[in-house]
Write a protein of this length. Structure first.
Lengths: 276, 398
């Protein structure tokens, strides 16, 4: 009984130790405060730019600000549940404040030049990332696509943008985008070619696997045949219930080069096996 | 209706095959208690096992300022099936690329918001695409909305500030001036604004950090008039909307505070101070020696391995630059992890990574598994700890 007590004590200890591991799933409290504080500071700045701030906006912002303070206090008290509640509440008030400011349309409208620059920077960044990814895929798949012109265009677009020449930058981005589209098409073609080879390999592997299963079943103790509620047939002479027939049919299709049909059959057989 | 059990006096001669059991002793008599205990232990450990051997899926969103989202999705598929269908987020899909775990391009066909991929035996697929459908705009406010079946991460554009959020994030960090937020599964909405306030986000952060640092060293008795004045300038510039200047000034204030701390520490102390310092040092050495002796005595039979011990063996760390070259698509936070492991001789414990990057266990585990899938690292169990090793690349082996 003493040993039993020790075991159960150890169990209790283990369960207690599980606690801190679970706590890793809790939100990082500092992150909550950081997000809420940034939202507050930015809205405060926005509000300061409005001439006649309505009481509604002021009140909403004040409530959000109070919730942020309460969030800070909850974090100090290490009260995770309360911190989460105050965070969501604060963000709710800030969203409402922001919506009200938006509806007023009272804040300064973005400078068009700045908007264009931001948009173009974003496009460059996105296209550059896609280009890098396609380049990596091209290398991995031995597709030998040349990305030199793409890289030059991206560099040129960046320089043009730095010099404030947005129209030239836009042109370079357009050309770079065309290269990306072409590369994507070329790689799709490569994938198509490789797919037929891979499909053949896959069919052979599946035939081998099913053959092994068939042999194992044959060598094992004979069991009475399972009565299944439904019986499907692949063709007039092949039944899914008999893997031997499936293997024979697959081998025949593979030999005739009808890989697509073989794949369909493998897929149907797998689905049947899962259903079974 | 509760059943009642009575104690039955067993007859002296029982018929063959009959056993009388007292119901209050059934646990110890019929099912052995250690077996129950073992079951409980297994149940308790099952959570860890599930975490360790489960196939985590990855879902990352990168948001661009033009309202496009780049989606990266990694999932396990049935390797016995010739094709697999996976869900896509959004209906308008651009630049769709599907690869297997080795980076081999796979053929795929988009059907509305799903794609059928010819996996042909691949156990894992990686899906990359762009979609404008996850983001809407109202006035200056952008709204990202997604309903995810798994935990996911979202990388917001530079100079963006969150002004609304419908769920509590799991984590947040700044990567290359961009907010990288981990969010829990389920429906979530993030409202953010871009551009108008420039770098106010980073300026706020810099001011906060400088303020915290100055407060910390001031509380230890260090006088910080210069750094305090600089910080006030930073705040003033911030209030005038000069965010870049405010950020620079805040960083300068932090550097000044550091200098002020160093100057204060370098000033010669009084003899009484010195005496107490010496006493403290000697006391510390004695205490450390005694503690060390006790620990050595107690743990003489166990082999505790530390990162520094491990680096002494013949393992030669692969070059991080070679890894970056071979894997240019690596995320910045993954590159940082690789750089740290490389600096530590090519192998560190996972716990060291968590300490360095201040990440929760689950986040770090996902990052480590991601690098393992990329074939950059390998995980070894050393003294029940995960030892993360950079794998040798083909170029390194040459």
């Amino acid at each position: 009984m003493k040993a039993l007590a020790i075991i159960f004590l150890a169990l209790v200890g283990t369960l207690i130790l599980d606690g801190p591991i679970q706590s890793y799933a809790d939100p990082q409290l500092d992150a909550l405060l950081q997000i809420a504080t940034q939202a507050r500071e930015n809205l405060r700045m926005n509000i300061s730019q409005i001439n006649n701030v309505s009481d509604e906006i002021t009140n909403l912002f004040k409530q959000g600000s109070n919730e942020t303070d309460a969030l800070s206090n909850a974090i100090d008290a290490k009260d995770v549940a309360s911190a989460r509640q105050h965070f969501l509440s604060a963000m709710n008030f800030f969203k409402a404040t922001n919506d009200k400011i938006n509806s007023l349309n009272a804040t300064q409208v973005n400078d068009q030049q700045q908007t264009d620059t931001l948009q173009l920077q974003s496009e460059i960044s996105r296209i550059e990332k896609i280009g890098e990814m396609l380049k990596t895929i091209s290398i991995t798949n031995h597709a030998s696509l040349d990305f030199t012109q793409f890289e030059q265009l991206i560099q040129k677009a960046k320089q043009d943008l730095d010099n404030g020449n947005t129209s030239e930058a836009s042109k370079s981005i357009g050309e770079a985008n065309s290269i990306v589209i072409d590369a994507h098409h070329s790689l799709t073609e490569v994938a198509k070619q490789r797919t037929s080879e891979r499909a053949k390999d896959f069919t052979e592997q599946q035939i081998e696997r099913l053959d092994k299963i068939e042999n194992t079943t044959k060598n094992s103790i004979t069991q009475p045949p399972k009565v299944l509620p439904t019986t499907r047939t692949i063709s007039n002479f092949t039944s899914y219930e008999n893997p031997k027939d499936v293997v024979t049919k697959l081998k025949k299709l593979a030999a005739e080069g009808k890989v697509d049909e073989a794949l369909k059959m493998i897929k149907s057989f797998e689905a049947y096996q899962k259903e079974k | 209706m509760p059943q009642e059990y009575q104690v039955i006096e067993a007859p002296e001669v029982l018929p063959e095959g009959m056993i009388f059991v007292r119901i209050n002793c059934i646990l110890t008599a019929m099912v052995r208690a250690p077996v129950i205990a073992a079951c409980f232990i297994l149940l308790t450990l099952s959570a860890f096992v599930q975490c360790a051997v489960g196939s985590p899926k990855i879902l990352d969103f990168t948001i661009y300022t033009d309202g496009t989202s780049h989606v990266f999705y990694q999932t396990d598929v049935d390797s016995q099936s010739p094709d697999s269908t996976v869900n896509l987020y959004g209906n308008s899909i651009e630049n769709l690329v599907v690869q297997d775990e080795n980076g081999t391009l796979l053929l795929s066909k988009v059907n509305e918001n799903t794609t059928t991929v010819e996996t042909l035996g691949s156990p894992t697929i990686k899906v990359d695409y762009d979609t404008p459908d996850l983001i809407s705009k109202n006035g200056k406010t952008w709204t990202f909305h997604v309903n995810s079946p798994i935990d996911y991460s979202i990388l917001l554009p530079k100079n963006s500030v969150i002004v609304g959020m419908s769920v509590s994030p799991l984590n947040m960090q700044i990567v290359d001036d961009q907010s990288l937020i981990s969010l829990p599964s389920g429906s979530s909405e993030i409202n953010y604004i871009i551009g108008v306030l420039g770098t106010s986000q980073t300026a706020t952060l810099a001011i906060q950090q400088a303020q915290d640092f100055i407060n910390t060293i001031t509380s230890t008795g260090v006088q910080t008039p210069l750094s305090f004045a600089k910080l006030e300038e930073a705040k003033s510039d911030f209030n005038q909307g000069k965010y870049s200047d405010a950020e620079s000034l805040a960083n300068a204030a932090k550097s000044l505070a550091l200098q002020e701390q160093q100057i204060t520490n370098s000033v010669p102390k009084t003899s009484s101070d010195n005496l107490s310092t010496y006493l403290l040092i000697v006391g510390g050495i004695v205490a450390a020696g005694a503690t060390g002796f006790i620990i050595m005595k107690r743990t003489s039979s166990s082999n505790t391995v530390t990162s520094s011990d491990i680096t002494k063996n013949s393992y030669i760390a692969p070059d991080k630059e070679t890894i970056y070259k071979l894997k240019p698509e690596l995320r910045q936070d993954d590159k940082d992890i690789v750089a740290f492991i490389s600096e530590k001789g090519g192998q560190v414990f996972e716990s060291d990574l968590r300490k360095k990057f201040l990440m929760p266990r689950t986040t770090m585990w996902r990052a480590v598994k991601r690098l393992e899938r990329e074939d950059i690292i390998e995980i070894e169990k050393v003294d029940q700890q995960n030892l993360i090793k950079l794998k040798k690349t083909q170029e390194d082996e040459k």
